[in-house]
Design a protein around this ligand. Structure first.
Ligand code: SAH
Length: 250
């Protein structure tokens, strides 16, 4: 059984879009996941198939109607075990741990907003998770849905080349990833850190761990304090540890 993405949108032609290429595209062709984009307009009302109306209380813009959104949700016939997600800047910020949870499930129903958003009542009555991909405002939920799907699909079994690449990267251990280097060994007069050429795997792991910690401390104080709190609780020293420790992420 493949992982099923159902997208409710006013622009179904945006899917699979970039996810039809490269890693996700091959997985789509191979049946690892499937993508069904449903046009919300199908459930629109009247001659003009209206999906939105003006906001009660006044103000700029339009709001997507609860009856139209509900009809589209019902038409998906997705099981109760499939999370329904509305992409919105008002949502809980998306984290790698959410992505892991979604990837382990049967798939997702994604509701893409347009205009000012969606009537609050249908969001409350239909057990819809609200998720934001970051603190900025997009013109519609479609690009956010593509981001969320991309993050999930690469974690599906068999999609990424090496089993390890999902475990060692940024966020999986609660830290940002260490820096990478490849050939040429000298570029514009700059050497590669010597330890990486040493062949000493323990020393390399220790160096990478230290780099990951320093970069996280510098760039993401929020992740750093969470990581410190977790490692202290586990009775481990914050520095000098080697290897990733399989903590549950951020
Ligand atoms: N008036 C809304 C923004 C509407 S933007 C507000 O201030 O909260 C139009 C649509 O784009 C939203 O309904 C949502 O589906 C999508 N969108 C915009 N920014 C987003 C973000 N950061 N994360 C997820 N979806 C977003």
């Amino acid at each position: 059984m493949s992982w099923q993405a159902t997208v409710l949108t006013l622009f179904p032609e945006m899917f699979p879009g970039p996810l039809g290429l490269s890693l996700a595209g091959r997985a789509l062709e191979g049946g690892v996941w499937s993508c069904s984009a449903q046009d919300l307009r199908q459930h629109g009302l009247g001659r003009h198939r209206a999906v939105d109306d003006s906001p009660f209380g006044g103000g700029a813009g339009m709001v997507m109607r609860p009856d139209v959104v509900d009809a589209a949700l019902a038409a998906t016939q997705a099981g109760a075990d499939v999370p329904r997600v509305f992409l919105t800047p008002r949502g809980r910020p998306l984290r790698q741990q959410d992505v892991q949870r979604y990837a382990q499930g049967p798939g997702l129903v994604l509701l893409c907003g347009r205009f000012e958003g969606v009537d609050e009542r249908v969001l409350q009555s239909r057990e819809i998770e609200q998720v934001s991909i970051g603190d900025y405002v997009l013109s519609g939920g479609e690009t956010a849905a593509l981001v969320l799907l991309d993050a999930c699909i690469r974690l599906l079994p068999g999609v990424m080349g090496s089993e390890e690449s999902g475990v060692e990267e940024s966020f999986s251990a609660g830290l940002l990833e260490y820096p990478h280097y490849t050939r040429p060994a000298v570029w514009e007069g700059q050497d590669v850190p010597e330890v990486l050429l040493s062949g000493n795997h323990a020393a390399i792991a220790a160096w990478r761990q230290k780099q990951a910690e320093e970069i996280t401390r510098e760039r993401r104080p929020d992740l750093w304090s969470a990581w410190l709190a977790r490692t202290e609780k586990n009775g481990a020293a914050a520095t000098g540890k080697t290897g990733q420790t399989g903590q549950t992420g951020v």
